[in-house]
Design a protein around this ligand. Structure first.
Ligand code: ZN
Ligand code: ZN
Ligand code: ZN
Ligand code: ZN
Length: 258
């Protein structure tokens, strides 16, 4: 009995792989294209490549109508099945589901700054940052911080209980670009909204008691960590009085619930 079910799952795996594009390894649904030697290729890859990546033949082989028909019948597992996802569906439904699957693997939210190679589920990100990045700048939700503006970008990890917010900043003193801050509450589901907002107060360096306070929201999930999602943006000239002779900017920030 057990042998039989093992055999079935091997067989099924073989079938499902026929519905995966050999170039990008994603499920294919109508329209499915073929190279002149018969390799099936998804719509995205067909648009990206001129020749088949497997055999170098032209991709002008037309459509694979037989496979398209079967793709309307066959039920396949989500590609994150091994991580625990139980979703099954036709390739078209799977493609949509996988974009938002909670078992999807993401890179470390700090990979750009630390070249960390970690990959895992959204819900495991806070634990990873707490345990795996103990040597990075770690602050509480209410702190004072001095930025060295000779650096173009910096980041810090803001921690309150089990909540982890990654703060990133972009400064370019050689340009007239504004300064950008990004606060990302990590570990939230794809559509999860952070219950936190942030207040940043700039500390006057000219002793004339000027005050500048600004607000922004913390956001949740991002697809791509190279994308810089802005929470706070301030024109550089407004910050000049707050920058000292050594190019340092001192801020007080306060992350609070709405
Ligand atoms: Zn493809
Ligand atoms: Zn080919
Ligand atoms: Zn899934
Ligand atoms: Zn990491």
């Amino acid at each position: 009995m057990k042998e039989e079910s093992d055999e079935t799952s091997v067989l099924d795996k073989g079938i499902f792989s026929d519905f995966k594009c050999p170039i990008c390894d994603e499920y294919m649904s109508e329209p499915i294209f073929i190279c002149q030697n018969g390799h099936s290729i998804c719509e995205n890859c067909k648009a990206k490549f001129v020749v088949c990546s497997i055999c170098q033949a032209s991709l002008e082989g037309g459509r694979n109508f037989a496979l398209e028909k079967m793709a309307n019948i066959v039920i396949c597992p989500c590609k994150y099945e091994d991580s625990g996802c139980k979703f099954v569906g036709k390739p078209k439904a799977i493609i949509i589901h996988q974009k938002n699957c909670n078992f999807k693997k993401y890179n470390c939210p700090l990979q750009e700054y630390t070249s960390c190679r970690w990959e895992g589920m959204i819900k495991d990100q806070p634990r990873h940052v707490l345990d795996g990045h103990q040597n990075e700048a770690r602050l509480t939700f209410k702190s004072n911080l001095q930025y060295d503006l000779r650096l173009l970008k910096s980041f810090a990890i803001l921690i309150h209980e089990e909540n982890v917010i990654v703060m990133r900043c972009l400064f370019d003193r050689k340009s007239t670009e504004p300064f950008y801050w990004s606060f990302q509450h990590i570990g939230l589901d794809k559509d999860g909204r952070s219950p936190y907002k942030v207040e940043i107060e700039f500390v006057d360096q000219t002793k004339s008691n000027r005050k500048l306070i600004t607000n922004g929201s913390c956001y949740g999930m991002v697809e791509d960590y190279n994308e810089f999602k802005v929470s706070v943006i301030i024109p550089q000239f407004m910050l000049e009085p707050f920058i000292d002779a050594n190019n340092n900017l001192t801020v007080k920030y306060d992350v609070q619930k709405y």
